[in-house]
Write a protein that binds this ligand. Structure first.
Ligand SMILES: Cc1cc2nc3c(=O)[nH]c(=O)nc-3n(C[C@H](O)[C@H](O)[C@H](O)COP(=O)(O)O)c2cc1C
Length: 357
């Protein structure tokens, strides 16, 4: 039977969750680099731990802590319950969440409820729609953009830019020419902010600047250190063709581990903002390998406004520990804030942090 593009997309989204839960697909030759940064201990913090305030404002909305549940899924049967549980956690802890790529919702109406359930289960927190750079580059109509935004009553649109993933994906699209111009058209026409994110290879300062010039209000660096989407797609390629001889064996390893570590992305964008204050308004999300609240704290001290996590929170959901994980990450973050004398997230942004050699 001939597969439709909607059924191919649904199958891919299903296998992504499966592979991320059950296969070893993290970078092995790269980490986030966050472990090599250490806060300066403050022996006289002059604050009471009980008064530490984790609330912050992201894209104009107050949230309870600087953490977002990253875009993951939607568009196939089981995605409905996954998205419902992720959204319930986001609502309970008053943090934003992104839905997975909405390409499937544009291709047909069979699983649109798996996206709509997110807004139903998270009525009061920021929810972000999501679409990929290849779809943007090939041109999205205003009807398609409205459909995605309305389906989740989106507070922002996330555009994921994933050239390495598309390169490795058996059915990937590598037509990226013209993406920035098309992105600019979207940022100047839709009624909500646009967040540009990678999916694990990181965003350099040069690219962040181009994205800001194209009108995006935030970049989510999604740097190297967590999932390698090249590895995820390599698993799918080998399952489909039983081999991969596309690349030299010696090059393959480097390509599978390709990317800019999360901490390097953050430091680069912070330096850009310092050198060119006109980019100061660009909000920054730190993601790619975030493992705990100390990673969140370090991200903020290195210039991020909030952090985001996908794989760790998905695994926690799978193990029935999602709520506990979010609570412990909040406790980790409070511990660092106490020990650096930071009563608020704004103060944490100024906390002294040093690179270890
Ligand atoms: C199962 C799964 C599916 C994902 N699907 C999407 C997606 O549809 N759109 C997107 O922008 N990112 C997607 N991502 C990427 C994440 O949002 C995130 O950028 C990336 O995994 C790096 O973060 P991490 O190391 O915390 O997982 C997905 C991640 C996971 C784990």
């Amino acid at each position: 039977m001939q597969q439709t593009s909607a059924s191919i997309t649904a199958e891919r989204k299903h296998s992504h969750v499966d592979i991320c839960l059950h296969r070893e697909v993290c970078f092995d030759a790269q980490d986030t680099g966050l472990a090599s940064w250490r806060f300066e201990h403050n022996a006289a913090p002059e604050i009471n731990a009980a008064e530490i305030d984790l609330t912050t404002v992201f894209l104009g909305r107050k949230i309870a802590m600087p953490l977002m549940i990253s875009s993951m899924t939607g568009g196939y049967g089981e995605a409905l319950s996954l998205n419902r549980m992720l959204a319930e956690a986001a609502e309970k802890y008053r943090i934003p969440l992104g839905v997975g790529s909405m390409r499937q919702a544009l291709e047909g109406n069979s699983h649109r409820e798996s996206f709509a359930i997110v807004r139903k289960s998270a009525p009061s927190v920021p929810v972000y729609a999501n679409i990929g750079a290849p779809e943007v580059a090939s041109g999205l109509s205003s009807a398609q953009l409205s459909l995605m935004l309305e389906l989740v009553e989106a507070d922002a649109l996330i555009v994921h830019i994933n050239p390495a993933q598309e390169l490795f994906q058996p059915e990937g699209s590598t037509a990226f020419r013209g993406f920035l111009d098309k992105l600019h058209t979207i940022t100047s026409t839709i009624p909500v902010p646009v967040i540009a994110k990678e999916v694990g290879c990181g965003i350099s300062a040069i690219v962040a600047r181009k994205l800001a010039d194209a009108g995006v209000r935030a970049v989510d660096v999604a740097g190297a250190g967590g999932i390698s989407w090249q590895k995820v797609e390599e698993c799918r390629y080998i399952e489909k063709f039983d081999h991969d001889n596309r690349f030299s064996p010696s090059a393959l390893d480097e390509l599978l581990n390709w990317g800019i570590p999360t901490s390097v992305c953050l430091a680069g964008i912070a330096a850009l903002k310092k050198q060119h204050p006109e980019y100061e308004p660009l909000s920054v999300v730190s993601s790619g390998g975030i493992r705990n609240g100390i990673d969140i704290a370090k991200s903020i001290a290195l210039g991020a406004d909030i952090a985001a996590s996908a794989q760790h929170l998905l695994k926690a959901l799978h193990e029935g520990t999602l709520q506990h994980t979010i609570e412990t990450w909040a406790n980790d973050l409070k511990a660092v804030m106490f020990l650096t004398g930071s009563a608020t997230i704004e103060q944490l942004k100024q906390a002294p942090i040093h690179k270890q050699h």
